[in-house]
Design a protein around this ligand. Structure first.
Ligand code: PLP
Length: 390
């Protein structure tokens, strides 16, 4: 394969070699079922417990408060489902910029007769906690807000909102899928009742996630069957992936600060290079209240899909927003909610870095992007509206 310059780490990340190494024995030799009565199976329960301790350390919770799931989407769906079941209430508060793991569940629930309030965001993607307070009513079962946005990286005021939820006796869930590995997460400081994680965003494989459920929070399982996960999530445990998730969490925690400093400076170099070299560009999202790896930039008078196709020919991987909506027509719901015009939103590219991003990745983008944009602007039908095109 030709060289790949991978700048799409909010979509998924490379599995760390240490994670692969930690997982291998559980495919090759230790492939028993942890629920079996004999040693070859049941001793694997200890490996699961050790992994649970490592993932718990990443968010400062007790291991007993963590349930392994199949992905971030399942964790999100479970938290909402559980709150509706245990409270018997019919109203949910969430934001206008959540991942489809939440928004599509809201569509489903609305069709079933539930009520959903979508809190708007400011033009820089930030959210005012007061707007959450005014949306809460006696029928509210749960407030669900992402910790960091997958498209812009903007961070939401989770601690402030959790205080509001406590004051009103409402459960609070945060989708921290994009925050994990990029921010220090302390669920005790955050004060959330539920928090979702996904392993493939932190250099572990796809297909494994976790849901934090605060001690003594009423809980109704979403997947019902066997007794696994202390009867909170049925299904034979995916031992290799759980072990991999534990290893990835351990690696993340060990290097969080130094990696974030390095990644932030690479991201800033990329961003400043683009914004200073290429006219009619703008940064989407609050510059400071952002996770350190994400940059979302609009290139006016161009469709981002055209940029991404030209990137692809050079081996550069970036994205036009959430990977889950790629291929769907129309502007990103996140950027639209921030008030971008359809043209600005459709011309936006998300660059997302990781601990494996190098100077070379940034250099290649900065070398090729100005000429790509020039070429596309010269060809674009949108160019009719270009202010320089007189
Ligand atoms: N929540 C957010 C904010 C995400 O970015 C993603 C994935 O991109 C998910 C949830 C879904 O996670 P998973 O792919 O593990 O289902």
């Amino acid at each position: 394969m030709n060289s790949i310059y991978y700048l799409d780490n909010n979509a998924t990340t490379a599995v760390a070699p240490e994670v692969v190494e930690a997982m291998m024995p559980y495919f090759q030799c230790e492939w028993g079922n942890p629920s079996s009565a004999y040693y070859f199976g049941h001793h694997l329960g200890k490996e699961i417990d050790q992994a649970r301790v490592k993932v718990a350390a990443m968010i400062n919770c007790s291991p007993r408060e963590l349930i392994f799931t199949s992905c971030g989407t399942e964790s999100d769906n479970t938290a909402i489902f559980s709150a509706l079941e245990t409270t018997g209430k019919k109203h949910i508060v969430t934001s206008a910029v959540e991942h489809s793991a939440i928004t599509k569940q809201m569509d489903f629930l609305k069709a079933k007769g539930y009520e959903v309030t979508f809190i708007p965001v400011e033009s820089d993607g930030t959210l005012n906690p007061a707007s959450v307070e005014s949306a809460i009513c006696p029928e509210t079962a749960i407030v669900s807000l992402m910790y960091a946005n997958n498209e812009t990286g903007v961070i939401f005021p989770i601690t402030e909102v959790s205080k509001i939820c406590k004051k009103h006796g409402v459960l609070f869930h945060s989708d921290a899928v994009q925050a994990a590995g990029k921010l220090k997460i302390d669920v005790k400081e955050l004060g959330v009742d539920f928090l979702s994680l996904s392993a493939h965003k932190i250099h572990a494989p796809k297909g494994i996630g976790a849901l934090y459920v605060r001690n003594r929070t009423p809980f109704q399982p979403y997947i019902i069957g066997g007794h696994q996960e202390r009867q909170r999530r049925a299904g034979t445990e995916n031992v290799p992936y759980i072990v991999g998730f534990g290893k990835a969490a351990e690696l993340c925690l060990a290097s969080l600060e130094e990696e974030n400093t390095r990644v932030r400076s690479l991201r800033d170099r990329l961003e400043e290079g683009i914004l200073s070299q290429i006219p009619y560009t703008r940064l989407n999202g609050n510059k400071l209240l952002r996770i350190p790896n994400t940059s979302n930039i609009s290139f006016e008078y161009i469709e981002s899909e055209a940029i991404l196709m030209m990137f692809d020919q050079l081996g550069i991987c970036a994205s036009s927003g959430s990977a889950c909506t790629t291929g769907s027509v129309g502007a990103s719901h996140v950027l639209s909610a921030m008030g971008l015009s359809p043209m600005q939103a459709r011309g936006s590219v998300r660059f997302s870095l990781s601990r494996y991003t190098t100077d070379k990745d940034i250099d290649v983008v900065l070398e090729h992007l100005p000429s790509i944009i020039n070429k596309l602007r010269a060809m674009s039908p949108l160019n009719e509206a270009h202010p320089d095109n007189v």
